[in-house]
Design a protein around this ligand. Structure first.
Ligand code: EPZ
Length: 422
């Protein structure tokens, strides 16, 4: 397994290109199952999770070609095989459940392994399943699989989510495009990835209103066509790299960034003493003056502070002046980076869903362990400013969601290299 070595103390300067959003691409790719015409995604990120989704779609009989070094994905579900999404692939990535709605909507049948939980929580899919039953699907859970049927096709309905779920909103939105009649999704997720999916589905002929609000209305159509669609900029990669100059000084321009993708996050950075300037090319980020200040963060569904940036924000607050508090409201176990940051000298107390961070002058490099995708990148960010060397192990977590992190940070002056694993 590879490791990443970071030597602390560099000041950053330059530009970092931000890739297409992993979490948009992972829901756009299954949309190919809704049509027998070609779907082409541009600005696709080159990540292991995208390869996993590619393998899953290919196992269903879809064609997926990675063109232009993986930045363009050409997908086609003209010929689909046995509608069986196997545990062996699904267990690797929870987003695999997103093939369920589209398969059911187009073919009236699907057999998808239940995803396991993951490091950050149990992460059930009950809202996905209930939403599909609301649309008339008959589901049976057997041998760890969801056996789903909709013999006469799905029928439009009102689907009210008891709490916001990004994935369930995506699954039901895709299924509803081919359901007979009108579907209304209530308490829907509002993330930019949902808006991006709706825009792509509309290009395919879907009739959708309200994407980006908590109520989405879909008029079902008989069939969908193909489309070409650019994957929206990755707001989580963007926020991650905005924190690099905030943590170790200097100035970095994040190309393709827009404040509207993460305004709650930008407000918190501003409050902590970070200057953010919108440029023609993206967002330029630098400290306003000297040490950053302590802040209170509470994660929430969009447009709130993203849970996927909580670990990275904690890395910044480890050396802020004063005591910060981070409240994690989305996942039940998303502070696994805290003990690893403590190995670097951070002063953090975790009680239930709240972490209290008392800022120290400087962290000290140490060997640390990546536990999940966002925790791993927070350790790299912490290493940028730490005294001495930090080695982050198990970086396969990192490669799920960040393209060539060492190349992107190295290009703006970070002292970082990948150490190939045994
Ligand atoms: C998406 O996961 C993202 N993944 C996650 O990003 C992100 O953290 C999450 O949304 C929240 O923004 C992708 O888009 C591929 P949810 P998802 O359904 O859809 C519970 C990353 O780092 N829940 O909004 O799985 C669930 O357990 C990843 O890129 C149910 O109880 O998240 C969680 O506590 C991590 N039943 C909460 O709701 C359900 O049926 C929010 O989950 C569905 C979810």
């Amino acid at each position: 397994m590879d490791s990443i070595l970071v030597k602390g103390g560099a000041t950053l300067s330059g530009a970092i290109p931000i890739a297409g959003a992993k979490n948009a691409c992972l829901t756009l790719m299954p949309a190919t199952l809704l049509t027998d015409e070609p779907l082409t995604l541009t600005n696709a990120p080159r990540l292991s999770d995208i390869q996993t989704m590619t393998l899953l779609l290919q196992s269903l009989g879809a064609e997926v070609q990675a063109l232009q070094d993986g930045k363009v994905l050409a997908l086609s579900s003209h010929t689909i095989g046995d509608l069986h999404a196997d545990y062996d692939i699904v267990r690797k990535m929870r987003a695999s459940i997103l093939v369920l709605g589209p398969m059911l909507a187009r073919f009236g049948k699907a057999e998808v392994s239940l995803p396991g939980g993951c490091a950050i929580g149990a992460r059930p899919v009950d809202l996905h399943l209930k939403g599909l039953e609301d649309l008339g699907a008959e589901l049976e859970l057997r041998d760890g699989y969801v056996h789903a049927e909709a013999p006469g096709g799905l029928k439009g309905a009102v689907v009210e989510f008891p709490f916001v779920s990004v994935g369930a909103t995506e699954n039901i939105l895709m299924a509803a495009t081919l359901a007979k009649g009108t579907t209304v999704l209530k308490n829907a997720a509002r993330e930019p990835e949902i808006v991006d999916l709706a825009e792509c589905l509309a290009k395919m002929g879907a009739r959708i209103d309200g994407a980006g609000t908590d109520t989405i209305t879909v008029e079902g159509v008989d069939s969908l066509g193909g489309a070409t669609h650019p994957v929206v900029t990755d707001r989580i990669e963007l926020g991650t790299y905005m924190l690099a100059p905030a943590i170790c000084g200097g100035e970095v321009e994040c190309l393709g960034g827009r404040i509207g993708l993460l305004s709650a996050f930008c407000e918190k950075l501003d409050e902590a003493g970070i200057a953010i300037e919108e440029t023609k090319g993206g967002l330029k980020v630098a400290r306003k003056n000297g040490r950053v200040g302590a802040v209170e963060v509470r994660t929430a569904p969009f447009p709130g502070f993203p849970t996927d940036l909580q670990a990275q924000m904690m890395a910044l607050l480890c050396t802020a002046s004063g005591e910060s508090r981070l409240e994690e409201t989305i996942f039940e176990n998303r502070f696994m980076h805290a003990p690893e940051l403590a190995r670097m000298g951070a002063d953090i107390d975790v009680h239930g869903g709240t972490a209290t961070v008392r800022g120290v002058d400087r962290l000290k490099g140490a060997p640390v362990m990546a536990t999940d995708l966002r925790a791993s990148v927070s350790l790299i960010l912490a290493g940028l400013a730490a005294e001495g060397e930090t080695v982050v192990n198990r970086v396969y977590h990192l490669d799920r969601g960040y393209e060539q992190v060492e190349a992107k940070l190295g290009a703006v002056g970070a002292l970082i290299e990948r150490i190939p694993g045994a």
